[in-house]
Design a protein around this ligand. Structure first.
Ligand SMILES: [Ca+2]
Length: 147
């Protein structure tokens, strides 16, 4: 993934609380990743630097981070650009906030996709924007991605 953005909302304000994976340098501090390959946390896909990706995250990988110190809010929006790299056998990627699944996304085809950008040449990648707007008011939350 890239471009993870966390925005908090009140009735009158919206605040961009956090932006990460939006530059060439992928900073993985404070992320807890389980089941990734050889402890690797980032990769390159075409011209993009990703958190996860080919030969890093795969089947049964979980990545999570606790965000704390949020301003007063009633809603939270999480968004990121998701790269489905190589084949996905109709499995879903689940996005959770505080252990509740807020979004489940699937690659539209096992081997097909938008174009080949990285990984195996025979399988195409699919890039989608994932957004979830969640009623939320605590000053911290746990964000988790898992397949
Ligand atoms: Ca590929």
């Amino acid at each position: 993934m890239k471009d993870l953005t966390i925005i908090t909302f009140t009735n009158t304000d919206e605040t961009v609380f956090s932006k990460e994976f939006d530059t060439d340098k992928i900073k993985t501090d404070d992320w807890l990743v389980v089941g990734n390959r050889a402890g690797i946390l980032s990769s390159t896909c075409g011209k993009y630097n990703l958190f996860g990706g080919y030969n890093t995250f795969g089947y049964k990988t979980t990545a999570s981070k606790v965000f704390s110190g949020l301003p007063k809010h009633t809603f939270l929006k999480v968004s990121f650009t998701l790269f489905f790299v190589d084949s996905w056998d109709w499995e879903s990627l689940f996005i959770s906030v505080d252990d509740e699944i807020v979004r489940a996304v699937k690659k539209t085809d096992v081997y097909g996709g938008n174009y080949h950008m990285c990984g195996w040449t025979a399988t195409m990648e699919e890039v989608i924007l994932v957004e979830a707007l969640v009623p939320h008011s605590n000053d911290k939350f746990t964000f988790q991605l898992k397949d």
